[in-house]
Design a protein around this ligand. Structure first.
Ligand code: TXA
Ligand code: MG
Length: 315
């Protein structure tokens, strides 16, 4: 793994544009960055983090104008962005329908988390890349977030192409995550920007459970759930069902079929998961039947998501 010095920001940007993963300094913690528009790159971020589930990621952008190309702002979110960006504030907003963004970044949901980080090197990288960069904290799942380039090298050295050394992180804890709905701000994750700084701008902060039932109106979904029932581990398709297939021998008889990976590659399957679930949902099937998917590698996260989808879809 390369450690890039501050004068090598251009190289960091070029690596990202070519589809590589790069550790990036921010004011909060180091991020594990990759192009947010590319499904296969985002899948490799999850692979590198060895996350057993697909948590949605934050899209990092250069400024508010770039953020407005992927997310829909209302007066409250625009005021928060104007006041606190660049800075340790992440806003969860409705995705623009024309956003150039992998569905994996938002874990299949209609919302996207965006922020403008306050670090001169990463801002320069974002300016050069001129596209959103998805970056979860650069730690393997279950480990502490890294606050130096050496931490990133130690934790993920074999799994990223490079880390850009921007020195120790000033804030040291992750950004505060807010969701604005109907001009009310909900706190999804406390972080580097304190409630006392936020409330004069956004009014009283409401506290939300990260994991509320995603289908109840007005609540703050953190998982995508299809509208139609999902049936797992099927060995035969029932009448009226759509099929989410996997592997070289897809079942027959479905009203529509999409194959996550005809060759049985789990990383490829992850890149298609949310886009295919959405596409099959749109066919208005009686149910979405899902073929068995192995549980190793990214299969663990795929299985986690599918089980949630099967549990939450309303028949
Ligand atoms: O400071 C930070 O935020 C760091 C640096 C690298 O920017 N990034 C970071 O990313 O902490 P990550 O992936 O470790 O945490 C992202 C958080 C998670 O709690 C996730 O659930 C939430 O943001 N999140 C992302 N997209 C969301 C969405 N569409 N709806 C609800 N929550 C979302
Ligand atoms: Mg994290």
């Amino acid at each position: 793994m390369l450690t890039l010095k501050p004068h090598q920001v251009q190289q960091a940007a070029e690596l990202l544009v070519s589809g590589q993963l790069v550790g990036l300094p921010t004011e909060t913690v180091y991020g594990l960055g990759g192009l947010a528009s590319r499904d296969a790159v985002v899948a490799r971020i999850f692979e590198a983090k060895q996350r057993p589930s697909f948590n949605p990621l934050i899209a990092h952008v250069f400024d508010l104008q770039a953020a407005e190309r992927i997310a829909q702002f209302d007066p409250l979110s625009r005021r928060l962005a104007a006041q606190f960006w660049p800075g340790p504030l992440t806003l969860v907003l409705p995705r623009r329908t024309d956003a150039q963004l992998s569905w994996l970044v938002s874990a299949g949901m209609d919302t996207v988390a965006v922020r403008v980080p306050d670090h001169p090197l990463t801002l320069e990288v974002l300016r050069l890349v001129a596209a959103p960069v998805a970056a979860p904290s650069a730690n393997p799942s279950g480990r502490l977030s890294p606050t130096t380039a050496a931490d990133v090298a130690e934790a993920l050295g074999g799994r990223v192409t490079a880390v850009l050394d921007g020195g120790p992180c000033r804030v040291g804890v992750e950004s505060t995550v807010l969701r604005c709905v109907d001009n009310v701000a909900w706190l999804l994750r406390p972080g580097g920007l304190a409630r006392q700084q936020l409330e004069p701008v956004c009014g009283p902060l409401h506290r939300a459970q990260d994991d509320e039932h995603p289908r109840s109106p007005g609540q703050l979904a953190s998982h995508y759930a299809p509208l139609h029932p999902v049936r797992l581990d099927v060995s035969a398709v029932r009448p009226g069902e759509a099929l989410l297939a996997f592997g070289p021998q897809p079942l027959t008889g479905a009203v529509a079929t999409l194959n996550l990976s005809p060759s049985g590659d789990l990383t490829e399957a992850a890149t298609h998961l949310f886009a295919y679930l959405r596409a099959l949902d749109a066919v208005q099937p009686r149910a979405i039947a899902v073929m068995p998917i192995p549980g190793h590698g990214l299969g663990e996260a795929i299985g986690d998501r599918l089980r949630r989808a099967a549990a939450t879809a309303t028949p």
